[in-house]
Design a protein around this ligand. Structure first.
Ligand code: ADP
Length: 388
């Protein structure tokens, strides 16, 4: 007798919707054929980068609940390219049966920095000391500032990225003025400024069944609040890498994320301190496209579509990723591509000085050579960020 099985254990879905059509959705689109899913993006305009690499586009605003609903009608599951979303809208859609991965309650950790700090701190996890305020005149501000060893860091609780919405006042007077400047747009986090020995990022993937895999810890290098370079593996002790992995598992479980979770961590003399979490593919994982058996984009799509997670082992001993940033002159993609050994990604975004336009990865058995190759290509492109 002919037996037709319908693989009851394999109930993964194939139509993925992505809210936002920037570079992360662009690279999800590139990864999608290998994962066996099709992608429909919610794009603000037909010129958004990911429209070129994804299968379909719905044109609309990520803040418009009807636009996300139109997207959801075309797909089985909805995921995200960015965190600039309205959680009330998302919860409404979930109540109407739309499947969001990650869910609205998971996303709250990424959308709202105050909630994130509080929830992680309540769980006993290491975060900088902080106070959330709406004005410099609130009663606890002075007392909190008095407990710090110097000026704090100020952060917009919502909407910041690439260092936008993060301020470093030099004096008490400047601190108060900057709190009021930032609070014009919403809640402000006043945060203890830590002495950083370095910064690292732990990328975690959590499947729809709760399974977890981790990528190797990486070093991230920032300049003016923007990530300029990522090095795999992180230049830290084995103990610190183990601590980061343990934190990664705990946080992924706490958040109940489905998909990629990126955890940015400060390295301090007292150990690791959590800076922030992102619930989407992350700049610190772009090296995985060529440098890992399964890229972060493929693993994100596997997770949100309900498939088993892929192997996160690196393909080479070292990987270095450098962001391609618009310089004073229009960039030269050809010049960047001419550098042997450089894997160049251009996100098809319009050129603007200081804008992240792509990235380049170099791999190998020699950390220094990978570093030189990646920077050579980035310089040829026109990137002016400071080399480290
Ligand atoms: P964004 O969300 O815009 O990426 P972050 O919160 O990651 O901003 O801050 C950007 C950078 O500012 C960090 O990578 C770090 O270099 C520095 N920074 C942020 N918070 C602190 C802090 N509490 N102490 C010291 N440096 C900080």
């Amino acid at each position: 007798m002919l037996c037709v099985t319908d693989h009851p254990a394999e109930h993964h879905v194939t139509r993925v919707g992505v809210v936002g059509a920037g570079q992360l959705a662009f690279m999800m689109g590139e990864a999608s054929p290998g994962v066996g899913v099709s992608i429909t993006v919610l794009a603000a305009t037909p010129d958004d980068p990911a429209v070129a690499t994804c299968d379909h586009a719905v044109i609309g605003d990520a803040h418009d609940v009807d636009a996300i609903e139109r997207l959801s009608e075309e797909v089985d599951v909805v995921t995200f390219d960015h965190e600039l979303v309205d959680l009330v809208h998302l919860a409404q859609l979930e109540r109407r049966g739309v499947v969001l991965r990650p869910s609205a309650s998971s996303l709250r950790f990424a959308v709202d920095k105050t909630f994130q700090r509080q929830a992680l701190s309540d769980a006993g996890l290491p975060v900088p000391r902080f106070l959330a305020v709406n004005s410099s005149r609130e009663p606890h501000v002075s007392d909190f500032l008095d407990t710090l060893n110097g000026p704090p860091v100020l952060k917009a609780a919502r909407g910041g990225y690439d260092g936008r919405g993060v301020l470093f006042p030099a004096s008490r007077a400047e601190t108060l003025a900057m709190i009021d400047e930032l609070s014009a747009k919403g809640e402000v986090l006043i945060e203890e400024r830590l002495d950083l020995l370095g910064e690292v990022a732990q990328l975690v993937v959590r499947g729809n069944d709760g399974s977890i895999v981790l990528y190797p810890l990486v070093t991230t290098v920032q300049s003016d609040g923007m990530c300029v370079e990522v090095r795999m593996p992180a230049e830290v002790s084995a103990q610190l890498a183990d601590d980061a992995a343990a934190l990664g598992r705990r946080i992924a479980t706490l958040i109940e994320v489905v998909g990629i979770l990126a955890i940015e961590l400060f390295v301090t003399t007292a150990g690791l301190v959590i800076n922030e979490v992102a619930l989407r593919p992350h700049n610190s994982g772009h090296w995985t496209i060529e440098g890992s058996v399964t890229s972060q984009f493929a693993n994100h799509l596997r997770a949100v579509s309900g498939q088993p997670l892929g192997d996160t082992s690196p393909t080479h001993a070292y990987a270095v990723m450098v962001n391609l940033v618009g310089g004073e002159e229009p960039s030269s993609l050809d010049a960047a591509l001419r550098v042997p050994g450089a894997f160049v990604h251009d996100y098809a975004k319009s050129w603007r000085p200081g804008r992240k336009l792509g990235h380049v990865t170099a791999l190998g058995d020699d950390a220094q050579l990978a570093h030189v190759t990646a920077w050579k290509s980035a310089r040829a492109y026109g990137t002016k960020t400071r080399e480290t």
